[in-house]
Design a protein around this ligand. Structure first.
Ligand code: GCU
Ligand code: CA
Length: 394
């Protein structure tokens, strides 16, 4: 369990708070991120910087992506103003302060030092707070509700030694989920499972934050980005866990950078929005799922034959590639027939996407006339067509 902390006097923390704000301002002033938008960022093999990924995380930390419905508590300041955002599928971010956890197998002079941590190394030993960068999350759901009104790690595919990127003052490190805030059977203001913002001595050292368990920490400016799922659990002994976590940093930056770019990149070519078209009976142009371009997307009726007609214009006749941007948040593909000016050119599959906010593309070659053409996308199954965002001609 995590220890309680002795926080710095308010006057003493003012300098840290100012430094933090400057660091954040600098991070935001970094060059235009290719992680934020644009097809270039979606290219395989693109290498992302910490500043680019942090900018994308901040951009995706929107009300629509907020996971918790009740605020978390900043462990250092006690302010109830910390939220958790799903910034990409299965990736969760929060910004808070950092209180210092010195628990575990390393000795520490802190009178509150405890010998154990909730999670252990791969040999079953308590984690070593001076050697392993780890972060702390709530032990349980404080409200005792399912789903939890707060971010509760067990509801989000997270377990012990789950990897996270931690950003502070222009730096980024890898860390692991190592310890938990004591359960809600405690009534003191400290050790409350709604708290967010505690990490080990080693995490503080790597980020340049005062790392004493009694006088260290920082009030704000630390962003923790947690990667869920079994493939992001870090294994190793206490002696190896730091190296093993740092070895994942660039992979995590690249994975998240690409995933965030993928939330909104229109394909290359001349783009025609679906909402400039017309729908068969029962269809609507909607904007209730994120990531579309223009003002919305076409939602056809759920019926075989339901369609959207999209006008596209080209200067010269010829065979062109149509790239159709769509989402299908169901569990089954939404095949649709593609017709140009009333002539069918075959059926495309439109495979499922992760959810209705995730967009993918399918392509087909078709002949187009010079001037105006009408592209019809007509669902062949009872679900109708997928949600259609746009057609790009190239
Ligand atoms: C949901 C979703 C719509 C979608 C529809 C469908 O209602 O919100 O955007 O079009 O499912 O299954 O077609
Ligand atoms: Ca629909």
């Amino acid at each position: 369990m995590s220890s309680s902390r002795t926080r710095l006097a308010v006057a003493a923390t003012a300098a840290f708070a100012l430094a933090t704000q400057l660091a954040i301002a600098n991070a935001h002033a970094s060059p235009a991120p290719h992680a934020a938008a644009g097809p270039a960022g979606a290219q395989a093999g693109t290498s992302y910087t910490a500043a680019e990924v942090l900018a994308g995380v901040k951009k995706n930390s929107t009300a629509a992506n907020q996971v918790n419905t009740k605020p978390h508590i900043n462990t250092m300041t006690r302010a109830q103003n910390v939220n958790v955002y799903q910034v990409a599928t299965g990736v969760y971010a929060y910004s808070s302060g950092m209180a210092i956890d010195d628990d575990g197998s390393d000795p520490d002079p802190d009178p509150d030092h405890q010998g154990d941590t909730t999670f252990h190394d791969s040999n079953g030993k308590a984690l070593a707070a001076h050697h392993v960068p780890f972060f702390v999350l709530g032990d349980d759901c404080w409200d005792r509700k399912t789903p939890c009104p707060h971010f509760f790690y067990k509801e989000h595919g997270m377990s012990g030694r789950q990897f996270a990127l931690m950003f502070y003052n222009g730096k980024v490190i890898g860390s692991i989920f190592g310890d938990t805030q004591t359960a809600n059977d405690q009534t003191t203001s400290d050790n409350d499972s709604r708290e967010l913002g505690e990490a080990s001595v080693k995490a503080a050292q790597l980020l340049g934050i005062p790392s004493s368990g009694t006088t260290g920490g920082v009030d704000n400016g630390v962003t923790v980005v947690m990667f869920s799922g079994p493939s992001w659990v870090v294994n190793g002994a206490n002696a190896d866990l730091n190296n093993n976590a740092q070895a994942l940093v660039q992979k995590a930056l690249d994975t998240l950078g690409a995933a965030m770019a993928g939330t909104n990149p229109p394909p290359g070519g001349t783009l025609f929005e679906a909402e400039s078209g017309t729908l068969s009976a029962g269809g609507t142009f909607d904007d209730n799922h994120s990531g579309f371009t223009g003002t919305g997307f076409a939602n056809t009726a759920n019926a075989a034959g339901a369609y959207v007609d999209i006008p596209v214009t080209v200067s010269a006749a010829g065979t062109k590639t149509l790239t159709i941007r769509y989402s299908d948040g169901t569990s089954g593909a939404r095949p649709a027939t593609i017709s140009v000016n009333g002539t069918s050119h075959g059926t495309l599959d439109f495979p499922v996407t992760a959810d209705w906010d995730t967009w993918s593309t399918v392509s087909i070659s078709v002949p187009l006339n010079a001037g105006a053409n009408t592209i019809r996308i007509a669902g062949t199954t009872s679900g109708g067509a997928a949600n259609i965002d746009s057609v790009t001609v190239s």
